[in-house]
Ligand binder design. Structure first.
Ligand code: FAD
Ligand code: NAP
Ligand code: MG
Length: 457
């Protein structure tokens, strides 16, 4: 039998997890591993964690993937994304605080990648243009634009792993009068630097992580006022003076926003923090996952195997309490299916399994339930493979603490510290209030004098 061939689309954390899963098997002496090609649109690994100042198109004219911005700090405790096979202690050589800025977390995530082993599989600046399945030949054909050569290329594969992320294509709503708004109107995807809004009255539409974090950023860097407009539920934090929540915007008249409670307010700029669309322009309808941001997208067995085609695998398509270690758990499971160590059950059984998870998901009615739900999903995957076990339930407990810490003080929760579930190390404290630490560079952060904590009782 000829070697199987696998295409991995995207070299962000999810695609890298898939590459590492196969690398781990290679190191364990597994023979006859499939041939792998990973296509990546950007010119580096890291996906969303690559900060780019660009918005709109990249230098090749491709849509810019990055939605991260300057001064972005981890929004969850780092102890909830610690790898069991690569601890923070091992990477940094000392304890650091629980909420590092993007550059510091990226350094950790990338520190685990054995570049020599992994990079050789990746074809950079090769956005995937089209994927098709040929029933008679039982092969996928994957067509990419190779911007390095300026030529389009097509290759054939037995499996396709889609790991292109789902926080890049803006969901941009329309409000009456927005076309006449005299200030800047942008989506969170294009937000790069809070300093741009210093002294401004800012309207944020949406009430999830982006709204919460961009509001905090803009407050921190001197916005005059921030108004957060929610559709379903308010964020409900005790915001400092200058930040307020209002129900949904109905329309704009000039620079004045009107809200459904009848109130109005003048604004200088509007940021739509209204989430992202799942967008797979390279997939035909019959292979395309159609979903919204949620913890259990339908039509994916074990959250990965596409119902219409069991050799089409999606990674990282869930909304994310857990991130990197969930991607790992998925990637190891997907690998074992590809290597035939795990057999996929019949179609009807797969459907029943999906339905079981969807029912469980429907029964969740709090954030704590949602955290347990995702932890349970990860637990099931980890148990089925030789991925190094990790205390996912303890990490779930930390996430619940995190929710309370945010309730207690949304502007100071990043000063909290947690204990590593892997090494037992207690994080050090920031030497100053989060609001006062404005340098988010790797060097700037790592040269702060972190405060050792006395062992708690
Ligand atoms: P991505 O990181 O999005 O990577 C997808 C990759 O696919 C990219 O490299 C992209 O270039 C490539 N790609 C896309 N289309 C194509 C194509 N057609 N052809 C070839 N390649 C393609 N998570 C945390 O744990 N902590 C945080 O603090 C945190 N902050 C976040 C802040 C923001 C603003 C956002 C949007 C997300 C944040 N996340 C955070 C979640 C983040 O999505 C995950 O951490 C992680 O990056 C997801 O990995 P991924 O590989 O699935 O997707
Ligand atoms: P999201 O969680 O999908 O939330 C989208 C929000 O937009 C919801 O509040 C939704 O309201 C609202 N919305 C959608 N359409 C709307 C409309 N037409 N009018 C009004 N409101 C509308 O998206 P997100 O907040 O962008 O978060 C995406 C990811 O980025 C998350 O995984 C998050 O962790 C990550 N992130 C992290 C950081 C960080 O600090 N590190 C910062 C930002 C983002 P409904 O509830 O009514 O649907
Ligand atoms: Mg196991």
């Amino acid at each position: 039998m000829s070697k199987q061939k696998i295409a991995i689309l995207g070299a962000g954390p999810s695609g890298l997890a898939q590459l590492r899963a196969f690398e781990a098997a290679r190191r364990a002496g597994v023979e006859n591993l499939p041939e792998i090609v990973c296509y990546e649109k950007q010119n580096d690994i890291g996906g969303m964690w690559n900060y780019t100042w660009r918005t709109g198109q990249d230098k090749n004219g491709e849509p810019v993937h990055g939605s991260m911005y300057r001064y972005l700090w981890s929004n969850g405790p780092k102890e909830c994304l610690e790898f069991s096979d690569y601890s923070f202690d091992e990477h940094f050589g000392r304890a650091i605080p629980s909420y590092p800025p993007r550059a510091v977390l990226k350094d950790y995530i990338m520190g685990r990648i054995d570049k020599q082993a992994i990079l050789k599989y990746i074809r950079f600046e090769c956005p995937v243009r089209w994927v098709e399945y040929d029933e008679s030949r039982e092969k996928f054909s994957v067509t990419v634009m190779n911007h390095k050569t300026g030529e389009q290329e097509t290759d054939e594969f037995d499996y396709v792993v889609v790991a292109t992320g789902h926080f890049s294509t803006p969901n941009m709503p329309y409000f009456d009068g927005v076309e006449q708004f005299p200030g800047r109107v942008l989506h969170a995807h294009d937000f790069r630097d809070a300093l741009e809004f210093e002294g401004k009255n800012l309207l944020l539409v949406g009430a999830s992580y982006s709204a919460e974090d961009i509001a905090s950023q803009c407050y921190k860097y001197g916005a005059k006022s921030v108004t957060i407009s929610y559709r379903s539920n308010a964020l409900g934090f005790e915001w400092p003076e200058g930040v307020e929540e209002k129900p949904l915007l109905t329309h704009l008249e000039g620079d004045v926003g009107h809200f459904i409670d009848g109130t109005t307010r003048q604004f200088d700029a509007i940021i739509m923090c209204t989430g992202y669309l799942f967008n797979f322009p390279f997939l035909p309808d019959n292979l395309r996952l159609k979903t919204h941001n949620c913890l259990y997208p339908d039509n994916l067995y074990k959250g990965m195997f596409f119902e219409g085609h069991d050799r089409l695998i999606y990674l990282g398509m869930q909304d994310q309490y857990f991130t990197f270690n969930m991607f790992d758990a998925q990637a190891w499971y997907a690998r074992d299916v590809i290597l035939n160590r795990i057999q996929l059950p019949e179609v009807a059984q797969r459907r029943a399994d999906i339905d079981g998870w969807l029912q469980r998901y429907q029964q969740t009615d709090s954030c704590n339930d949602a955290i347990d739900f995702q932890a349970g999903y990860i637990r099931e995957l980890v148990n089925a493979t030789d991925y190094p076990d990790f205390p996912v339930e303890k990490q779930a407990a930390l996430l619940k603490e995190w929710l309370l810490d945010k309730q207690e003080n949304i502007m100071a929760f990043r000063e909290k510290t947690y204990r590593s579930t892997i090494t037992g190390t207690l994080a050090t404290e920031l030497p100053a209030a989060w609001l006062d630490i404005k340098d988010d560079t790797f060097e700037g952060f790592m040269s702060l004098e972190f405060v050792e904590q006395k062992a708690s009782a």
